[in-house]
Write a protein that binds this ligand. Structure first.
Ligand code: CMC
Length: 428
């Protein structure tokens, strides 16, 4: 039986349909509210607003549950690979062996980037932040592959654009890094798999024989899986909003990269490491930084702590914490920052401020320590997040398109001046 919510306004009662998701989430459908009542809803930061229905990712913030297409993140992180997860997110089902081979091959043979695109790198300053470079180059892909601009592409044509994007992002990321060091770039070698190729382009010198370390490959593969999607977060919502104007996939993803860069979103992983380094250099006094984070006037937050949705624990952080210990052990790395991070976590989890506000370590808290251990420089951390999040952005974009969702265009409540007459400059 259909359920309704009743709303009484100005003496009149309206019935609003209740929508229930497959995992029992409830929403009041207000799509007809303005037509019916003349009112809109106000919800800055969309804390209570479902912007879409979606079958891609389910998460329950109270219980710390995260599923991609129904599969628990713990199982995928342990048993799957990043490209298989990418297929799952984009196409909705785990691939058969044959489907995966076609998908993987389609990506492997498109890793090369147009030489003219490489010249764009010369225009960036040497110390350009790689996230700025990535956002610009993702957008530039639409100029090198103008076919992507067509809003009426058929599924095969869309799959080709998707394969190009997934294939070229690691090349662009590694080149952004090489460029920031003033080093010549490495061209992709397609004898390597997706993760190995990225590591080769990042770390190999042009003439040396490169053998990827399986511990590093596994760690990176797992990290990318953990970042692959997170339903309607800031960057995914950005990709949907930008994409809703029917601009190309590349432009929509460029918007997602820019959104991810901010310190409250993906940029937090860089900030966490810088914070841990600052604590270390300050003598390792964890309590001092805890107190600072609690002081609203300090403007300082414990980076890697807190989450808009998770109010119990972040399941990704749990997996990463264990992975962090494993990777550092296997690589024989003894990083004092890991000890500081663990101490910080322990203190915060026992401090009433963090307990009452339900602030727990998030995905970014330990990821930076692994990135550092496998040699990824700090300013590339958020780029790693972007590489991981790419299939999620694509899946969200595709779903928006397939569901024929309308252009995103929120309303507002105007609070500025009411009408007033223009005054010439000399009379002001
Ligand atoms: N350190 C200290 N206090 C905090 C923190 C923190 N990291 N996070 C939230 N608070 C306090 C905040 O001051 C507020 O206090 P009050 O209610 O007294 O005003 C309360 O907790 C709620 O915070 P909020 O900012 O209203 O919550 P939000 O849902 O708008 O923000 C957040 C979520 C992730 C932006 C925030 O917790 C934060 O800034 N964390 C640090 C940055 C970070 O780690 N970001 C990565 C998020 S996970 C990766 C991703 O998916 O992007």
């Amino acid at each position: 039986m259909s359920k309704f919510a009743e709303l009484t306004l100005d003496g009149k009662t309206y019935q609003l349909p209740v929508i229930v998701g497959t995992e029992g989430e409830h929403a009041i459908d207000i799509t007809k509210l303005r037509d019916m009542t003349g009112y809109i809803t106000l919800d800055t930061g969309y804390k209570n607003t479902g912007s879409t229905t979606s079958a891609v990712t389910f998460l329950d913030g109270e219980q710390g549950i995260l599923h991609y297409r129904g599969y628990p993140i713990e199982q995928l992180a342990e048993k799957s690979t990043f490209l298989e997860v990418a297929y799952l997110l984009i196409h909705g089902e785990l691939p058969t062996k044959e489907q995966f081979e076609v998908f993987e091959r389609g990506i492997r043979r498109r890793t090369l980037v147009n030489e003219d695109m490489r010249k764009i790198f010369d225009g960036f300053p040497v110390n350009a932040h790689p996230m700025g470079v990535m956002a610009a180059l993702a957008s530039a892909l639409a100029t090198f592959y103008p076919g992507a601009i067509d809003p009426n592409l058929d599924p095969d044509a869309i799959n080709l654009r998707i394969a190009r994007l997934i294939a070229k992002m690691p090349t662009l990321a590694a080149w952004a890094y090489k460029n920031s060091n003033g080093h010549p770039v490495n061209y992709p070698q397609n004898k390597f798999n997706y993760i190995e190729n990225f590591l080769y382009m990042m770390f190999s010198l042009p003439v040396e024989e490169y053998t990827p370390d399986p511990v590093v490959v596994d760690a990176l593969d797992k990290l990318l899986i953990l970042h692959a999607d997170h339903e309607q977060n800031c960057s995914a919502s950005t990709v949907r909003l930008v994409g809703s104007s029917q601009v190309s996939l590349y432009s929509a993803v460029s918007g997602g990269i820019s959104s991810l860069w901010g310190p409250l979103h993906g940029g937090a992983n860089q900030e966490v490491l810088e914070m841990l380094e600052a604590i270390h250099q300050d003598g390792g006094n964890v309590d001092k930084f805890i107190e600072k984070a609690k002081d609203k006037n300090s403007g300082f937050r414990l980076m890697g702590f807190g989450h808009r949705v998770y109010k119990n624990f972040d399941p990704r952080a749990k997996i990463i914490k264990v992975a962090c210990d494993n990777v550092l052990n296997k690589l024989g790395v003894n990083d004092p920052l890991l000890e500081i991070a663990k101490k910080l976590e322990e203190r915060a989890l026992n401090d009433p401020y963090f307990v009452e506000k339900k602030l727990y370590p998030n995905v970014d808290f330990y990821s930076g320590i692994i990135y550092k251990a496998i040699g990824i420089p700090t300013n590339m951390f958020t780029v790693m997040f972007a590489l991981g999040r790419l299939p999620g952005w694509i899946a969200q974009w595709l779903e928006m398109r397939t569901d024929k969702q309308p252009i995103g265009r929120p309303r507002q409540i105007y609070t500025g001046h009411t009408k007033r007459d223009y005054v010439p400059m000399e009379q002001r």
